[in-house]
Ligand binder design. Sequence first.
Ligand code: XUL
Ligand code: CO
Length: 442
Amino acid sequence: MSTVLDQKTLFSAIPTIKFEGLESDNPLAFRWYDESRVVAGKPMKEWLRFAGAYWHSFNGSGADPFGEPTHLFPWDAAGDAITRAKAKMDAAFEFLTKLGLPYYCFHDVDVVDYTNDVADNERRLQTMTEYARQKQQETGLKLLWGTANLFSHRRYMNGAATNPDFHVLAHGAAQVKAAIDATIALGGENYVFWGGREGYMTLLNTNMQREQENFARFLHTCKDYARRNGFRGTFFIEPKPMEPTKHQYDYDAATVIGFLRQYDLLGDFKLNLEVNHATLAGHTFQHELQVAADAGMLGSIDANRGDYQNGWDTDQFPNDIYELTESMLVILEAGGLQGGGINFDAKIRRNSTDVQDLFHAHIGGMDLFARALITADNVLQKSDYRQIRQQRYASFDEGAGAAFRRGELTLEQLRDYAAEHGEPQIISGRQEYLENLINRYI
Ligand code: XUL
Ligand code: CO
């Protein structure tokens, strides 16, 4: 994308990407992702529900704090805001269709440039919503989720829903209203809140309790509006511990679940978990998935990966089969994602400037998830993985252990059990055996 190509020809040299299997050495083909192959009772396509992320693939310029853009998109030179937005959407749908991605996701400002005029922004988004609706009809592509960007504009520097200034909160609400309208009009299946600036930089100027109460009230207000207007999908909160704020309120899955419970939002909201956000919070992705699954809140995934050496959100495409297989074990055992899918919230590197790079990135990610799905299913079906874990807790399935779980034992009775039965056996957790098991099925 470093050379400014004619808009219509940007992706024209790239063929439609097909499944060719493991024998293929074609880098523009899938080796694992065979969308109709049935795994664990469902076609892969239904387990994975892949989505392309508008913001990275069609807005991400490759610029970093040290350097100017390296991805020069031809649609940026196409004329006025709506003409540019339409040219970008043509390219986006061409890309998504060629890859066979069934879904896409966007922020309001990804689709069309916004100004400071609320009514003008609404008109712009409505125009582009109508354009997208036609494109969806032509291609069969669907909207996995919509969202509003309440973090880039300077007015949000102190937060949107948690801003100390009500006037700013109202602007955030105006944006969410328009983004919900667009999501409903496009048959969007979910709506995401990622609170990039919903947090604080220093407690010295922050009333944390007030901000969190306002945040909850804001979410209730948005949810009530959407429900009144016919939105039946799920709202997702996307946890992240920091960046851009020093301390984000939606720190991790457990924190968000506690927040939703405290403010009576559990019925309408689930979680959209992102790999690189999990690792920034000091967790594995698998941990975050399991916390959500255990609460019945595993909604959707933002797929990417971080960098072992960097402490920030590098949003690289996933490429670690071991990590993903462990993640797929959690997802399969939870029965899949609730309403969501796998959105590639990932960007090609600043110096990846060939048109093919965006395809290679997505093909790699899709193949990796497909392979992880197959591998995890094999581990569950063919190995003693489940049995080992079940056996580990067997002492709670009968006798005194089961009585304890039923709440029938007092502290004195537990004490007497310990005294009567002497010192427990040393029982191995067998971690290395289990790790080898996963590698065996990879
Ligand atoms: C930022 C991030 C966002 C959300 C949507 O780290 O992940 O792109 O996914 O606002
Ligand atoms: Co994300």
